[in-house]
Ligand binder design. Sequence first.
Ligand SMILES: O=C1CCCN[C@@H]1CCCn1cnc2cc(F)c(F)cc2c1=O
Ligand SMILES: [Mg+2]
Length: 511
Amino acid sequence: LIGITVKKNEDLSEWYQQTIIKGDLLEFTDIPGCYIYQPGSYRIWEFIQEFFNKRIRKMGVKNCYFPLFISEANLQREKDHIEGFAAEVAWVTEGGKNKLEKRLAVRPTSETAMYSFYSKKIRSHRDLPLKMNQWNNVVRWEFKHPMPFIRSREFLWQEGHTAHLTEKEAGVEVRQILDHYAAIYEELLAVPVVKGVKTVNEQFPGAHYTTTVEGFIPAVGRGIQAGTSHCLGQHFAKMFDIRVEDPHQQVEEGKPRDRLYVWQNSWGFTTRSIGLMILIHGDDKGLVIPPRVADVQVVIVPVGVTAKTTDVDRAKLYDEVKGISDKLEAADVRVECDMREGYSPGYKFNDWEMKGVPLRLEFGPKDSANGVVTTSRRDQDGKSTLPITDLAKSIPELLETIQADMLRKASEEYASHRKIIRKWEDFVPSLNAKNVVLVQHCATGACEDEIKKDSSGTVEGQEVDVRAPSMGAKSLCIPDEQPEEVKAGTRCINPKCDREAKMWVMFGRSY
Ligand SMILES: O=C1CCCN[C@@H]1CCCn1cnc2cc(F)c(F)cc2c1=O
Ligand SMILES: [Mg+2]
């Protein structure tokens, strides 16, 4: 077993592929863009599901399941929502030996599958708010180069779809969900994100507005959309005729009330999140898994056992290892003992480091004599020791320290690569220095397009994109946290634009 043979900052895509394969997270198949999620990554998805389900259940969201196939008639119900995506839809045209009369779409997202049902289920305002969510897979036959977890033709996600009586109530929920997405990243995956609203150019065309959590991959200095929560407005309600009587309208006895279209939201979070975690925390030895989502949080490796060690001493040491492991298990630590005979400690260290196990305990005759274990954190170099007596307390604390340190380090890294730019001549050099930029912008789509065009110089150091050497910057979001007030009279950053700047917008090259 050899380790990762390339450095992360020398060849990111090769590093990434080796890291996820040798870390047993994912395996390729004979279909481009379709991957096997090995237990290592699926376990992370389960942690995410447990965390998110607990929170949405408290909001009254119910999980459900809709069919994988969507009729063409249903998919076409909402014209302008689909037209931009037609090239991505995968179709089933045969069943066994028979050609299907009508081809069926494999769901790329489930609005059109769910909302004809919603229009039946929602009869009166008393049926509101309706809040349903699916954990499922979707297929989008993208032609951009696939990248495991980050961009695949089939991926796992959850898609929430809710219906409300008022825009205000819908708006509150859009933000609650976005906060839960940010919490998954920051509390589970130790990945920092910027919350904001998509500009008109970058939002989902079927939406009234789109809120987003934006990630950042320092290794290539690119932004990445990490989760979206849309307010759909009444757009889909009009298409699918989802209306209820206005409960607040005063009418004479027996007179019918006006019927109001409901206000809807939809929100999605995908297995791309696992890719972000790998790309941000991984190092030249491979994966680094945050303790809260690590299947194995602590691995205990016996050391100092040689051919000279007597059977009695070996048995004594192994018993003590078992004792330590039992103590940690009793403290709800997810611990594994690597008792494999015939493998050197060094081999074992390398193996568990590649799998990203956050904490290793070495235990040998010397440690036993001193009443300690030797600790080795995966996120930092160096070793330390801890007394065996209070491991049940000190190990969980150390795991929480590792979790917090990983988030802090990634947050500082992201913050140091978000550059406030006030002059256009600093824009492209900042991108080329692997940053995203915050600029005062006029919020018009055409101007964004012009900035994208004018910022697509050749870009060194973006080996991940050898196939798309020149990539312009697009707007990533209007950050909730604006750097400062945009003073009246401030010009848009784009020198070719003579409009006034309205707000600070984060731009960057992105996935
Ligand atoms: O992004 C989300 C969150 C979860 C529910 N859906 C929304 C909007 C999805 C936007 N979108 C995104 N991609 C699509 C790809 C397609 F092939 C297609 F037919 C439709 C779409 C499409 O509607
Ligand atoms: Mg897409």
